[in-house]
Ligand binder design. Structure first.
Ligand code: HPA
Ligand code: ZN
Length: 350
């Protein structure tokens, strides 16, 4: 509970959450116990012997709080921890339970519609079939819509440190499930992986009617050129949204481009404040908002932050950007407007 009644009550749309980013130590333990599969402690090479031990380890793998800027070592240990979590998912039931865990949190926060990222390559490389993954997600998606009043769609993210060929192969395999998928994106480690590397698959996805987005650096580590490509050149004319991309706040021309093209930006405060100076983060969020860019607040990876979901992310935005309730309402409306929900669903929510 965030202790902010206004914020709790408003209907929400969440556009930036990774389903794998909710894999907490508790969920890992549940799946591994059920499947009779030990989880190996990377520090000792021995299986974890209790949930407490696993929880402690999970906590130490989280990105550090403090005023350090992004650095590669930190990024790598985050991804190690993150992709390590995929290994506990074995059965359709696991995928169903994982998605239901998100939907139950969403319902409790009055989230009415969500677009949820998933990383198919991370699952297939653990030996999981598309059917196991997608049918688990599909059953949960149906159940959430029927019983929890949460509608949703999926965004397939390509792991950008895998090859463009792998992205294309996964794109082809995903077409069987295209009724569940509204868009494609890029995530994982951005170092030396500009969005343009994946242009071919973005072109195909656009031609097939998918929406496009891409993660761009939240700090200042990677070139603004990556945001430029997402905004104006991938798939010929650029994507529909930018994930993170806070960096754009330092470049008036780029902000103007984003505003003129009416691109949505997804913004996840807790992902930034764990490793960047607080004042810088919120100043940049405020700058984008004040420029009239439609930013929408999301949670990214709640289990790797401080168990911080979309409500907690809205709460820190409110507190540190000084957003009024009216401005919080505007953020909520932004999320609806830049979502890829069907027009009638959007109208109902606005
Ligand atoms: N950054 C990039 N890729 C990701 C992240 C992130 O924070 N979380 C899940 N995939
Ligand atoms: Zn993300």
């Amino acid at each position: 509970a965030t202790k902010d009644p206004y914020l709790e009550a408003i209907p929400k749309v969440e556009l930036h959450v990774h389903i794998e980013g909710i894999i907490s130590a508790d969920l890992k333990w549940k799946f591994s116990q059920r499947n009779g599969q030990a989880i190996i402690n990377p520090r000792t090479g021995q299986p974890f012997s209790s949930l407490d031990e696993l929880r402690d380890s999970h906590d130490t793998l989280k990105p550090r709080t403090g005023n350090r800027m992004n650095n590669n070592e930190e990024t790598l240990s985050f991804f190690e921890a993150y992709y390590g979590g995929f290994e506990v998912l074995k059965t359709q039931q696991d995928y169903y339970d994982l998605a239901m865990d998100y939907y139950e949190h969403a319902a409790a926060m009055n989230v009415r519609y969500a677009e949820i990222f998933f990383d198919p390559q991370g699952h297939t490389r653990c030996g999981t079939s598309w059917e196991t993954m997608m049918e688990g997600f599909r059953d949960a998606q149906r159940k959430a819509e029927q019983d929890l009043n949460v509608k949703s769609a999926w965004i397939m993210c390509f792991i950008r440190d895998e090859s463009p060929d792998s992205a294309m192969e996964h794109y082809n395999a995903a077409l069987k499930y295209r009724d569940m998928i509204v868009g494609v994106g890029l995530d994982s480690n951005e170092a030396d992986r500009p969005p343009s590397l994946f242009n071919e698959v973005f072109v195909r996805a656009r031609n097939d009617g998918f929406h496009l987005t891409s993660h761009c650096d939240v700090g200042k580590t990677y070139p603004l050129e990556h945001i430029h490509q997402v905004a104006s050149s991938i798939a010929g004319t650029g994507a529909d949204r930018i994930d993170h991309g806070l960096n754009a706040a330092g470049d008036a021309d780029l902000m103007k481009l984003i505003k003129d093209k009416d691109l949505g930006m997804t913004t996840c405060p807790w992902s930034y404040i764990r490793h960047q100076p607080l004042d810088e983060v919120f100043e940049r969020i405020r700058t984008l908002f004040d420029a009239g860019i439609k930013i929408a607040i999301g949670s990214d990876d709640p289990a790797f932050m401080e168990d911080t979901w979309v409500s907690e992310n809205l709460l820190v935005a409110k507190r540190y950007c000084g957003f009024t309730n009216q401005e919080i309402q505007k953020l909520a409306e932004n999320a609806i407007k830049v979502s890829w929900a069907a027009e009638d669903v959007k109208r109902q929510m606005l």
